[in-house]
Design a protein around this ligand. Sequence first.
Ligand code: SF4
Ligand code: SF4
Length: 440
Amino acid sequence: MGVEKYKDLLSSIGVDVPKHAKMMAAGLESYKKQFLSQPNRPKGMDYFDWFMSEIQGQRIAEINELRAQKKPAVGTFCIFVPEEIVVGAGGSCYGLCGGSPATIPDAESELPRNICPLIKSAHGFKLQRTCAYTQSSDFIYGETTCEAKKKTWEILNKHHPVHVMNIPHMKRDKDLKMWKEEIIDFKEHIESTIEKKLTLNEMKNGVKIVNDKREALQRLDRLRGMNPNVIPISGKDALFITQMGFLDDPVRYTQKLNELCDELEERVEKGISVFEKDTPRLMVLGTPFAPPNWKLHTAVETTGGAIINEESCIGHRYYKDNIDLEGVEDEDALMDKVVQRYSQVDCAVFTPNTPRIDKIVKMYKERQADGVIYYTLSFCHTYNVESHLVMEALEKEGIPCLVIESDYSAEDVGQIKTRVEAFLESLTFKKKAKAFKGIK
Ligand code: SF4
Ligand code: SF4
């Protein structure tokens, strides 16, 4: 296993090696139980299973090799950080660990108990020194999205360099103007790290690499969600693939994901599904699923449902838009396109955020889903409050919805399964009633 082989490297970047090894062993065991036990997985998952075994081993060595060549390593917690610029500089931009309950008690020595588990988990990883990505990063790029995050940066900065991007909470022209300045600041910060100016071509190259990655993810989304009679991959595997898109080398990842999609295309043609006929097709909406948060997917897919899409930041919100390079001849035009793309991210921290609601209804209809689960992490006020407006729109359209608020603990797993089971029963009943009446 990677961790053992890279012990010296991990120690040199300040990882608490014994604690880290213990955590990785538990993580791999949980992965084995939840993922490898699924029947009829596509062959292309072999790569992602391998990546999981090297997630804190070989991949960490690759990032540190780049750092030795003076390429930047930037850790993030939000999809507003323009990774294209870091990739254009030849460096790595990755999401940091923040999906485990194991680090939360340590985090609570500095943070209040009643804030979102994602923030506490991430903060705890730094205090414990058990995330090799955090330890490898030149700095963490934070943002001013939600209240809890933006105040946490001030505390996290005591332990690791943190730079903060000011993300506006509205999308008026004056807000977009300020946002562009923030993106230019980000680029300049990357330039100061590598001690050279980035050329237009380098940045365009970064955009192309990330566009390719997002396109491969869009392809996966279509293959798993748009065919009403065939679901060629489980929702849990698709979620894991998406999660790994925030950690892997983007060129290799895109190649492997496209290979997997070729296989899924074949499965769709041949009608090979990983779920039985008439399994209820669900979309999940809401807050991000940072690895190893697989709790909801496991609960749904071991209770008789299939998840066909995540309307989430580790999901559709991340890959739905590309940066359009058409007509970009200078840096200023490129920065305009970057802002244009990033301002389409429909995170609940914006007001108003109606495009998100319209998009959800459209996505549901396109995928011919049977129902949705609105999932929020506890104490995430923006998504929690916004659920009222989303539910109203769903009700108007007659779309069945189950709301689940949860954290990372295992305590509510039984309760979630019971609620999902009842929801699935009602969906199956509705489906049968519709079929009986001959309604499509
Ligand atoms: S939910 Fe909003 S703040 Fe959180 S990662 Fe997504 S875009 Fe960023
Ligand atoms: S899930 Fe909500 S509370 Fe947690 S970091 Fe994201 S926006 Fe903030």
